[in-house]
Design a protein. Structure first.
Length: 254
């Protein structure tokens, strides 16, 4: 049975072995390797179709939110497509008798209408929200203006003075697959190839001032030629990411 890569440590060891370790000394520091792995994960979560997933995130408003007039979002939220409130914020309150119904709507929406961001599920979800708006007297209201910066959500049109702790805010958003929580992300084929190429480029940068470095058992290593090779591999992998593994731009038009 082939070995699965389930952690950052396993991924690093895989990359170093592929570059020739321990037969060849790979001249990179642990911090440099960590930086290149982080660059790889950032590229994966931002552009790879498996790097993120679409979900409805339900935020329960707190007294701190009301005082600050903003919401602190989880770091796992990559982007927000839409923000939904109820016309009457009080009807969302945890003390409200209709809150169970509202949470059931959100729960059902999460479990039944989302399918990792496919176009079909997107259309179904939009239709679902429209149905809710027409069915509920004080129904869901889509917010047309909101701002997100450093995981802080502000809603200019929202009257925080009318909000009560326990109110619900629904976010139609993309969350990234955190590899530290979903270990199999590290075993993704594209990640393994891209991380190896990134570490190779770092190695080449470290050796760029040297030429014809003697290798054990004969042969030489040229920093400049290694850099050209690494840059070519990175370019090809990024093009492959764009052509084969990224969502088409039409999926984000609405």
């Amino acid at each position: 049975m082939r070995q699965q890569i389930n952690s950052k440590f396993d991924l690093v060891q895989y990359c170093l072995r592929k570059l020739g370790a321990p037969v060849i000394q790979i001249n990179v520091t642990e911090q440099q390797i960590d930086d290149r792995i982080n660059d790889t994960i950032d590229m994966f979560t931002n552009f790879h179709m498996d790097g993120s997933y679409r979900q409805v995130h339900v935020h329960v408003v707190t007294a701190e939110d009301i005082a600050a007039q903003k919401v602190i979002l989880p770091e796992t939220i990559l982007s927000v497509i839409s923000v939904y409130l109820q016309s009457d914020p009080g009807i969302n309150s945890l003390s409200s008798g209709t809150n169970i119904q509202m949470q059931a709507y959100f729960s059902d929406m999460i479990s039944n209408t989302f399918n990792n961001g496919s176009i079909a599920s997107f259309a179904l979800t939009q239709s679902y929200f429209n149905t809710l708006s027409s069915m509920l007297p004080n129904g869901i209201m889509r917010v047309n203006s909101y701002h997100i910066y450093e995981n802080e959500l502000t809603i200019p049109s929202f009257k925080w003075s009318t909000a009560v702790p326990g109110s619900l805010i629904g976010l139609d958003c993309f969350k990234f697959n955190d590899p530290d929580e979903v270990g199999k992300v590290y075993n993704d084929y594209w990640i393994k190839q891209y991380a190896t190429a990134q570490i190779k480029l770092q190695w080449a940068n470290n050796l760029s001032k040297f030429t014809n470095i003697q290798l054990p058992g004969g042969g030489t290593l040229n920093g400049e030629s290694l850099m050209i090779q690494a840059q070519q591999e990175i370019t090809e992998l990024e093009q492959k990411l764009k052509d084969q593994y990224a969502y088409p731009i039409e999926a984000f038009m609405f």
